[in-house]
Design a protein around this ligand. Structure first.
Ligand code: M6R
Length: 365
């Protein structure tokens, strides 16, 4: 039931503090400040590569997972959209493992990719929300997301819970591969424990501003999202969410790609949503934002307090989130991206929970 919410999507957006906190609690021992040894038979210490495949939003969770595995565990990750992955005929060795991500656990291309890796002798892990699903049954090890049932077609709490699983597994792998110190591990776990509370406060703090902004956004036919690093992934997630529920055409680009083509689109009719916390990428993204501003693009700047203070550029709107540890920033920055899509769709009067032409679970190719 929807409770006081207008749509399941809205309810599920607001359930995220709980979903993230349950998921972290499943993987992390907050007292010992360690991640529980949940990965067997995948041995993170001995593998020399990880393959990841999924579809849609689950793929984007994997995209952030790749960044974390590579940065914190020095584990090379190859990731692809499942419908491409399954036909690539890529070389595989038994020194690799594979991870598949699926809310429903029934997505046809993801399942086919899983079977393909299994036939090639890889150990299989599955991050799934529906524990009784086919993908869960066929995996060697299941990494559950504890998001509870997700009804809205647009994935929200499943996504942030998938990120929570990846965060946990990256720490576990970093520990196994001796690439994280005990101190780093405990700092990352400390950051994770704060995430649900921060997500909860951000949800309430920015909702009115984003609802207001959605009125403006709904006037346009095209929207561009830009970001770097994990914010590039969130740009893709923002564009996916906006197009699937509001039917506004949206595209995401890595900010550095702007001058390789999409900058030609920029004029006063092009809103550009720039996602840029004050992190290692900030200055570079700011110079891209400057290029957009110089061409009259309408900027919606999603940043943190430090980023807002460091920029004096004129924007249509600046959304300033609290400064948070870089490790949990993707969890926190998912919130404005989801709320903006949600309110724009509500404003446009589309069927938010059941967008046209879409199904919650895609069981055919
Ligand atoms: O059930 P799955 O996680 O395997 O579904 C994958 C995609 O179909 C799904 O994430 C889709 O992209 C969502 N509608 C996005 O909001």
């Amino acid at each position: 039931e929807k409770g006081n919410h207008r749509h399941f999507m809205e309810k599920e957006i607001y359930e995220q503090p709980e979903a993230i906190s349950h998921t972290f609690a499943h993987y992390m021992d907050f007292v010992a400040k360690t991640v529980r040894p949940v990965a067997q038979p995948i041995d993170f210490a001995s593998i020399d590569g990880l393959k990841i495949a999924a579809c849609g939003t689950a793929f984007l969770a994997g995209h952030i997972g790749k960044t974390w595995f590579e940065r914190y565990a020095r584990l090379p990750v190859e990731i692809d959209i499942a419908s491409e992955f399954r036909y690539r005929e890529m070389p595989m060795t038994d020194r690799e493992a594979a991870l598949f991500i699926s809310q429903s656990g029934e997505t046809a291309d993801t399942l086919a990719s899983l079977r393909y890796c299994k036939e090639n002798g890889l150990k299989i892990g599955a991050i799934v929300n529906v524990q009784e699903s086919t993908i869960a049954r066929e995996a060697d090890v299941v990494f559950p997301t504890l998001a509870g049932p997700e009804i809205g077609v647009a994935s929200t709490k499943a996504f942030t819970s998938q990120l929570a699983v990846f965060a946990s597994l990256a720490i576990l792998a970093g520990r196994a591969r001796n690439t994280l110190t005990l101190e780093q591990e405990s700092e990352m776990i400390q950051a994770a424990t704060h995430a649900p509370r921060i997500v909860g406060s951000v949800l309430h703090a920015i909702q009115p501003q984003l609802e207001e902004l959605s009125r403006e956004l709904s006037k346009y036919h095209n929207v561009l999202y830009l970001g770097r690093g994990t914010s590039y992934t969130l740009a893709m997630e923002g564009a996916l969410k906006l197009k699937e529920i509001s039917y506004i055409h949206a595209e995401a680009y890595a900010a550095g790609e702007l001058k390789h083509g999409p900058i030609a689109l920029i004029d006063e009719n092009m809103p550009v949503i720039v996602i840029a916390p004050h992190d290692r990428h900030f200055d570079k993204t700011m110079s891209n934002m400057q290029e957009v501003a110089a061409r009259g693009g309408k900027i919606i700047f999603i940043t943190d307090e430090a980023g807002a203070a460091a920029s004096s550029m004129k924007t249509l709107s600046t959304v300033a989130l609290p400064n948070v540890d870089e490790f949990i920033a993707p969890l926190v920055f998912s919130i404005p991206v989801q709320l903006l899509a949600y309110h724009t769709a509500v404003f446009m009067g589309t069927d938010v929970d059941q967008p046209r032409n879409l199904a919650k679970s895609v069981t055919v190719e």
